[in-house]
Ligand binder design. Structure first.
Ligand code: TMP
Ligand code: ASP
Length: 235
């Protein structure tokens, strides 16, 4: 049962539950980009993201990744374990796209020789600046050992997700993860959805993720439906 609102972000809200240590994560229909500067409400997006994220978390747990996921509880509601979240975003890149192209002058679509992990400080007002392990330690955002564990987990997640998506003709270009601590252990939190990934059709290169919204390339719910359908996820 959903209790009191505990936290509201741009795309999700968290509610208390009858059980200590468990929360309900509600996926909203809001779509934002560029640190919230672009905003729209897209019918069915919450439901699509809840279904896709639940499916990915189940696959990741089956593969031995420790996540906050407990179960899907409703069309837009997911029961999760409460974590002590770190304000750090871990990005894994297989192919150059987005901010790395702007920062380093790379051409979009350049295949990286091996997966690259990057860290960003989660702060919209600052535009989520790129940081390194020393920043995390110095400012108390995360310990060096925890960062090492997060990078390793992110690489493991990359392998698992890349395989699942490749099976349905989708290339995982990059994605963002957020982690938290539970009883001293690093646990994958937040969401795994096309909002936080770049997904390109392997055959055509067509974008099947939030870049469709960022770059006004067409209907967002249509492409999210396509991702769900290809993976065999029932909405
Ligand atoms: P970037 O190219 O903008 O750095 O984004 C890399 C990946 O991380 C991309 O798949 C989008 C995702 N991402 C988020 O989900 N939230 C964010 O706040 C940022 C900056 C990136
Ligand atoms: N997630 C961030 C925002 O909603 C950045 C992005 O996705 O472009 O503003």
């Amino acid at each position: 049962m959903k209790g009191k609102l505990k936290y509201e972000g741009k795309g999700k809200a968290l509610y208390t539950t009858e059980t200590d240590g468990e929360l309900i994560q509600v996926f909203k229909d809001d779509a934002t980009a560029f640190d919230g500067k672009k905003h729209d409400v897209i019918a069915e997006k919450g439901e699509l993201n809840c279904a896709i994220s639940s499916w990915f978390f189940e696959k990741l747990q089956e593969a031995g990744i420790n996540t906050h996921y407990v179960k899907r509880e409703g069309s837009v509601e997911m029961r999760i374990k409460e974590l002590e979240m770190m304000p750090v975003e871990v990005v894994v890149r297989n192919v150059a796209a987005g901010s790395i192209c702007r920062r380093l002058g790379l051409e979009e679509g350049m295949v990286l020789e091996r997966p690259l992990t990057e860290l960003f400080y989660k702060d919209d007002a600052l535009g989520d600046p790129m940081i390194n392990t020393e920043h995390c330690e110095l400012f108390g955002w995360a310990k060096a050992d925890d960062i090492r564990a997060m990078r390793q987990l992110a690489r493991d997640v990359n392998r698992i997700l890349s395989d699942l998506l490749e099976n349905v003709g989708i290339r995982l270009i990059d994605f963002k993860l957020e982690f938290g601590l539970l009883d001293g252990e690093i646990v994958l939190g937040d969401e795994v959805t096309p909002d936080g990934c770049r997904l390109w059709d392997i055959e055509t290169g067509r974008k099947l993720d939030k870049d469709v919204f960022r770059q006004d390339l067409g209907g967002l719910s249509e492409v999210y439906h396509e991702v769900a359908n290809r993976l065999g996820i029932n909405i």
